[in-house]
Design a protein around this ligand. Structure first.
Ligand code: BGC
Length: 577
């Protein structure tokens, strides 16, 4: 006998089937017109220990360039194969993601796919479906019957539901390649067990560049480290067309117009791997495109800091599109947590840059099918040196009636340190439409500023400059300096929930990996020579025409730089024991 089961809407009605046998069928009820999506789930052939099913999803919301349909089984059903969708399963939670040929769902459009599954015991139809995170067959709002509805704060967390802060209660993946480099350094064993980011900095990194570990190798190693607990894996999505438009040290392999290659050769393959059900138990943090969007605000147009390469990326829209595409696609994977790069206080902490950067980030989060629901949070200070907390002065201080904001060092910035900036920028992003639950990450890999030169108290009140310069921990010559800084140390060790609004302190840029070459070095990665990494350079308008303060003899960005690692160990704050 063929059993037909159709789930149309959440209300359950019993009707007689064609054969006269009473079958469980879910049919339409009031509220159908308002549903954001409807799902028809039909068991076509059921042989008692397995079945095939046909599913049609209809989108009643905004058109989308990619879709992901989720449901959770109450029974033991296990999907074994599928057609016309990529179906993966973690515990009872199933995700069906589009194939490229049926990726687009217009408003009112439908897509159909099928699968085969095994089961024992009952084969009940799932109670709830979600399309791109939105509950179907209901009024589109919170579904209190859905144990994994992310919009319902009272529901327990289902196996694939995102948690508020992925770092809470979780270990973080230790990259064995970085760990080996650190452990091989004198004194490096003190930090070699710390977690660091895995940078997917070119297409070849997905399979493993130059014989190194690829993405699957890292995820497999992460599963080993995870054991039965929770584990966060930190990935850096870093391959935009025209990458690093305002600098040269981290230019990449894709030219300014190569957005299609970014999508099909880079993001799509990453999504495919992250969506593998084998990895569904990992909490995968993706930090999306470091040092990209704020460039479109600060280094374009009539600004004195403008560079033609950033004007190009603003005009062609490929940073915005690339970030949007990455968010939309990776956000479809239920256990991926997207964090967008949000610069740092010494870049966008000025009034002219702050709101405008939030605006462009918000725009990217609506591009190429992305929504704010694809964004879990933001990361600041990646690979940068801004001190976490300046304790010897605050933005509200003044000396003889002159505000700290007027000091040469602060130069009218609204923030004197990274923590106060990250917390304020979080609020700004929420005011621009991001979800109120977003969390911030701060990269503390090279912002420690310990060592013997660290001030032990406030500077003298003889002038505002003496006060600020005498008290500040950040010992750079200028906050615009960013490359292999002499005198810098490791910052706070990676940790979860260190402060309000902050999901974690992380070492996203691995300590010991160069920020850029100190002279021109031939390479096949597209990396240029940026004189901000040359210790003899006297500077440009972006660092107030000051010396670069970079360490000498640096290899190209990303390569192991022993002298930098030793500098970071020596000046660590908190100090290493
Ligand atoms: C480089 C990347 C590298 C990353 C981590 C960036 O500055 O451009 O190639 O993977 O740093 O070291």
């Amino acid at each position: 006998m063929t059993r037909t089961r159709t789930a149309m809407l959440a209300a359950l009605t019993l009707v007689a089937g064609a054969s006269g046998t009473a079958l469980a069928a879910q049919t339409a009820s009031a509220g159908a017109a308002a549903a954001a999506c409807t799902v028809d789930y039909e068991v076509q052939n059921d042989w008692g220990s397995g079945f095939t099913a046909a599913v049609t999803v209809t989108n009643n919301g905004a058109a989308t360039s990619g879709w992901s349909l989720g449901w959770t089984y109450a029974g033991s059903q296990k999907v074994t194969s599928s057609w016309n969708a990529k179906v993966s399963q973690s515990g009872a939670a199933v995700t069906a993601a589009n194939e490229s040929h049926n990726a687009t769902l217009s408003t009112g459009g439908s897509a159909s796919f099928g699968f085969q599954a095994t089961y024992s015991g009952g084969n009940a139809i799932p109670a709830t479906f979600t399309l791109n995170g939105v509950t179907c067959n209901a009024d589109g709002g919170t579904d209190p019957t859905d144990p994994t509805d992310p919009t319902d704060p009272t529901d327990p967390t289902g196996p694939s539901a995102r948690v508020d802060n992925p770092y809470d209660g979780a270990q973080v993946y230790v990259n064995p390649e970085w760990s080996a480099n650190a452990a091989a350094e004198s004194g490096g064993d003190r930090v070699a067990d710390e977690p660091t980011g895995v940078w997917l900095d070119r297409t070849a990194a997905i399979e493993g560049a130059n014989g190194g570990m690829g993405l699957r190798d890292h995820l497999d190693a992460a599963l080993e480290q995870k054991g039965s607990g929770e584990l966060v894996v930190q990935l850096v999505i870093y391959n935009l067309p025209g990458r690093d438009c305002s600098a040269l040290a981290s230019n990449g392999e894709l030219g300014p117009t190569e957005i299609d290659r970014y999508k099909t050769e880079y993001i799509d393959p990453i999504k495919e791997i992250l969506g593998d059900s084998k990895y569904a138990s990992l909490r995968i943090v993706t930090t999306v495109e470091i040092d990209s969007l704020p460039n479109l605000v600060t280094n374009t147009g009539s600004r004195p800091t403008a560079v033609p390469e950033c004007d190009t990326m603003k005009a062609n829209g490929n940073y915005v599109k690339g970030v949007g595409y990455a968010l939309a696609q990776l956000g479809d994977v239920p256990n991926v947590y997207n964090y967008i790069d949000a610069g740092h206080h010494g870049w966008i902490g000025w009034d002219d840059n702050f709101g405008a950067s939030a605006d462009i980030i918000r725009e990217a989060a609506s591009a190429e099918g992305a929504t704010v629901a694809d964004v879990h949070g933001f990361i600041t200070n990646t690979a940068n040196y801004s001190a976490l907390e300046e304790e010897n002065f605050s933005i509200d201080d003044s000396v003889n009636g002159t505000s700290v904001r007027q000091s040469k060092w602060v130069d009218w910035n609204r923030y004197v340190d990274e923590l106060s900036f990250a917390q304020a920028f979080r609020n700004e992003l929420v005011s621009k439409g991001f979800e109120s639950g977003i969390g911030m990450l701060i990269d503390t890999s090279r912002n420690g500023w310990g060592g013997s030169a660290r001030p032990t108290g406030p500077g003298p009140q003889t002038s505002v400059d003496a006060y600020v310069d005498g008290g500040r921990y950040d010992l750079r010559i200028h906050p615009g300096n960013w490359c292999n800084q002499s005198g810098a140390g490791l910052g706070e060790r990676p940790q979860a929930s260190p402060a309000a609004g902050i999901d974690a302190y992380v070492w996203m840029k691995p300590p010991g990996e160069s920020d850029g070459a100190s002279e021109l070095i031939d390479n096949d990665e597209g990396k240029g020579f940026d004189r901000m990494c040359d210790p003899t350079y006297e500077g440009n308008v972006r660092n107030g025409n000051n010396p670069s303060n970079a360490l000498p003899n640096a290899p190209i960005s990303g390569k192991w730089f022993s002298a930098q690692f030793q500098e970071l160990l020596k000046n660590a704050y908190p100090p290493l024991s």
